[in-house]
Design a protein around this ligand. Structure first.
Ligand code: SAM
Length: 295
C-alpha cells in the first residue's frame, strides 16, 4: 500500500524498531508499546512490514511456489541493518529519534497532568504515523492534521477508532488552519489547545510557519506550542550532506534552514515566548525541542 510521506514512515519504522530494544523499552509506557504493536500488525497486513517469524509461518502454512508470496513484503529483520547504516552515515540519528519521542511524550504528559489544567485539546500538525493523538486522547480531545493521503492511511492504521481522536485533512501550504479545525464539529474554539509540531516545521516555508503561528494565536490567546526544530547548520558537512540527500530521496522537500534564533524570533513576533528547551546529551546531537507559551 502506497504511503504518501516516506519521512513519516521512516520516523515510524526507526522508532518502532528502537523502542523494542531492552534498554529502551522501559523508558516508554505500556500503552505506547500497545499502539506500535497494533499498528505494526496492521502494516504487516498491508504488506509493508513483516517480521521473520511471520515469514517462517507464511512459508510453513502457504508454501512458497515461486517466491511471489513474499515479494512485496519488507522483512523487518532488515531494518536493524538499515538502522546501523543510517547511524554510520548520520551519527547520533537513532539517539535523536529516541530522545525526541521521549522528550515530547514527557513534556506533553507533564503539561496535561497540570493540577489546574487549562488545556483541553491537543492539535498535532504533520502528525504522520505518530502515536501522540491516540495516546493522549483519554486526557483531552485530539486533532491530528496532515495531508489527505496520510490521513486516509492513518485511518486504516489506527488500532481502534477512538471518538476522541479526530483526523483532519490539512495542507499547511494551501489551507487555513482556523478553517480546517473549526470545520470539525468536535473542535471547541473557546477552549485553549496545546499545538504540537514534531518533525514538521523544517518542511514548511518561513512565511507559512509565520502564518500558522499567527493563526494558532488568533484561535485562542492561551494556546501553547511545543515543537522540535532541526538546525542543520549545526551538522558537520558530511552529516548535512547525508541528511539532506536522505530527504531528497524520499521526494519531500526541506525548506531553507532556520537557526534556533530564527525560530525563537518568529515565535516571539507571533506572541510566543520560549520557556523550555531540551538539547541532546552528545555533542553530535542536532535536534532541539522547544515549548513556547503565551508571553
Ligand atoms: C518527518 S514527518 C513527521 C511525522 C510525525 N510528526 C513524527 O514525528 O513522527 C513530516 C510530516 O509532515 C507532513 N507534512 C509535510 N508537509 C505538510 C504540509 N504542507 N501540510 C501538512 N502536513 C505536511 C508529512 O505528511 C509527514 O507526515
Amino acid at each position: 500500500m502506497f504511503i504518501a510521506s516516506k519521512t513519516a514512515f521512516n520516523v515510524y519504522s526507526k522508532f518502532n524498531t528502537l523502542r523494542k530494544y531492552p534498554e529502551i523499552a522501559p523508558l516508554f509506557p505500556t500503552k505506547l508499546h500497545a499502539y506500535y504493536d497494533q499498528t505494526e500488525r496492521k502494516l504487516s497486513r498491508f504488506g509493508r512490514l513483516m517480521n521473520s517469524d511471520d515469514i517462517i509461518e507464511k512459508v510453513n502454512t502457504d508454501g512458497v511456489q515461486d517466491g511471489k508470496s513474499l515479494k512485496n513484503h519488507w522483512n523487518a529483520a532488515w531494518i536493524s541493518y538499515i538502522l546501523q547504516l543510517d547511524d554510520w552515515l548520520l551519527k547520533g540519528d537513532l539517539h535523536h529519534i529516541i530522545f525526541r519521542k521521549l522528550a515530547l511524550q514527557r513534556a506533553i504528559h507533564a503539561r496535561l497532568m497540570n493540577a489546574h489544567p487549562t488545556i483541553k485539546q491537543l492539535v498535532i500538525l504533520g502528525s504522520g504515523l505518530d502515536h501522540l493523538g491516540w495516546f493522549f486522547s483519554d486526557r483531552c480531545t485530539s486533532f491530528e492534521l496532515d495531508i489527505e493521503p496520510m490521513i486516509s492511511y492513518k485511518m486504516k492504521l489506527f488500532p481502534i477508532l477512538n471518538q476522541k481522536v479526530h483526523l483532519v485533512d490539512f495542507d499547511a501550504m494551501n489551507d487555513s488552519l482556523e478553517q480546517s479545525l473549526t470545520l470539525d464539529s468536535a473542535f471547541n474554539s473557546s477552549e485553549a489547545c496545546l499545538f504540537i509540531t514534531e518533525g514538521f516545521i523544517d518542511y514548511i516555508p518561513r512565511k507559512n510557519l509565520q502564518s500558522l503561528l499567527s493563526q494558532i494565536k488568533r484561535l485562542h490567546p492561551e494556546n501553547e506550542w511545543i515543537s522540535t526544530h532541526f538546525d542543520r547548520s549545526l551538522l558537520s558537512s558530511k552529516q548535512r550532506f547525508f541528511f539532506e540527500l536522505g530527504v531528497q530521496i524520499t521526494g519531500e522537500q526541506l525548506q531553507t534552514n532556520l537557526t534556533k534564533e530564527h525560530i525563537i524570533s518568529i515565535g516571539c513576533n507571533n506572541g510566543f515566548v520560549l520557556v523550555h528547551e531540551w538539547a541532546g546529551l552528545l555533542s553530535c546531537w542536532i535536534n532541539k525541542v522547544f515549548r513556547s507559551i503565551l508571553s
